[in-house]
Design a protein around this ligand. Structure first.
Ligand code: PLP
Length: 405
């Protein structure tokens, strides 16, 4: 059973029951789990991250059979090429593309499925542009739960096929934009008594916070100066930060990293608001971007990020379509093939260095959120001159020419 946890609204601090089916407070604020006893929490020995950090977890125990082996992803120095691109020497990549469904979403899906099990629910429903639906579909399949995924019309075929392969039912909802679709679908939750998890729900955030614990171990208990996060629904960025906050509460670290909020310029409701010093996100509608996984034009609960950015002095940056595609090529040329959304933070960091907002001496982690083969259509934007058509007669001449021999 669950510990004595409560949900707390992240700006005004109002309390709600842990089992609450709606993901946000009535006033739209995001909710987070307040885990009791963190002040005295201790890291322990254990095979799984959730065992070593059991004192921070919202559940008394985690069933290892629910896991698909998420997490444990590499945190590696970026290498000379990307150091040169960004101007940051101490640049690290957290390669979340190595999760079971090739995005960080798997860390949150583990928690969603655990919650469904704890509460005896037979269905996990989610709303997603693709990656979360894919992830939930896989975790539900493994746990023997039914998965229902609401998607917008522009979800890439690769992600739809993956959901279908895992046995999920997909409801593709025509709507003028994703925000309207999201609001309408999330409102169904209470009426249908159906828990519909969004990208910014409190339980997913509990999964994402494990990323902070993992990096804390990987960096030998050190904290990076900055962590750059491609942001859409805002669950990932606040989850990572919550993890560090809770490590600090337990006395394991004495300072917090600063998050870098990154968005595509064509859909930058959070970054625009931070840059303008607003209290509320600036809704974006009718936009188009190659970064399909970060298209929440008006993310529910997004004001929390503005609040934290102001209080903790978080940099925020948006990048153009050309910069995103160039970033995708730069990362690929360094050996990391990510989808366009995941490529946004590289050019964003470059911009912040140029603007004097980031010192070249700071340590910066880029979150590589999702893998390149998850969106093949996006690749049509890149010149493809790698292929030389040849045949058995001319193959020797062709390769000789290529090698200048
Ligand atoms: C979901 C996702 C994001 C954005 O994360 P949020 O928690 O929605 O802010 C970024 N990149 C990729 C690849 C994603 O799938």
């Amino acid at each position: 059973m669950t510990k004595e946890q409560r949900l707390v609204s992240t700006i005004s601090g109002r309390e709600y029951p842990f089992e609450r089916i709606e993901e946000f407070a009535e006033n739209g604020e995001s909710l987070e789990v307040r885990v009791c006893g963190i002040e005295t929490a201790k890291a322990r020995a254990g095979v799984h991250l959730w065992e070593r950090f059991a004192d921070w977890m919202p559940f008394d125990r985690t069933d290892a059979a629910i896991s698909l082996g998420e997490g444990d992803t590499p945190l590696i120095p970026a290498g000379g090429r990307l150091q040169a691109v960004t101007g940051i020497k101490n640049l690290l990549l957290k390669n979340e593309t190595q999760n079971p469904t090739w995005s960080f979403k798997d860390r949150g899906s583990l928690m969603c499925v655990l919650l469904a099990r704890e509460l005896g629910e037979d269905t996990v429903a989610t709303i997603s542009t693709g990656n979360m639906g894919h992830s939930i579909a896989a975790y539900a399949a493994n746990a023997g739960l039914r998965a229902v995924v609401f998607v917008p019309p522009y979800t890439p075929q690769e992600k739809l096929m993956a959901m279908a392969m895992h046995g999920a039912r997909v409801i593709r909802v025509a709507a003028p934009d994703y925000t309207q679709m999201k609001n309408t679908v999330l409102e169904l939750a209470g009426r249908l008594k159906l828990r519909i998890v969004s990208g910014n729900g409190p339980i997913r955030v509990e999964g994402y916070k494990l990323t902070a614990f993992e990096m804390f171990e990987q960096m030998g208990r050190q904290v990076p100066d900055f962590i750059a996060v491609p942001t859409s629904a805002c669950g990932h960025i606040r989850g990572i930060f919550k993890g560090y906050r809770e490590l600090q509460k337990a006395g394991l670290i004495d300072r917090l990293p600063r998050m870098i909020v990154v968005q595509a310029r064509n859909c930058s409701p959070v970054v625009t608001a931070i840059k303008q010093g607003f209290d509320h996100v600036v809704p974006f509608t009718d936009f188009d971007t190659v970064a399909e996984a970060i298209t929440s034009g008006n993310p529910p609960g997004g004001d929390e990020i503005l609040d934290k950015a102001r209080r903790c002095d978080w940099p925020a940056e948006d990048v153009s379509e050309e910069e995103i595609l160039q970033g995708q090529r730069d990362l690929a040329r360094a050996g990391f093939f990510v989808e366009p959304s995941a490529a946004t933070s590289l050019p964003a960091v470059r911009r912040l260095v140029d603007a004097g907002r980031l010192s070249p001496d700071s340590s910066v982690v880029l979150m590589l959120t999702g893998a390149g083969l998850k969106d093949l259509n996006a690749l049509k934007h890149h010149p493809c001159n790698a292929v030389i058509d040849s045949d058995l007669e001319s193959v020797e001449a062709d390769v000789a020419k290529l090698l200048n021999r």
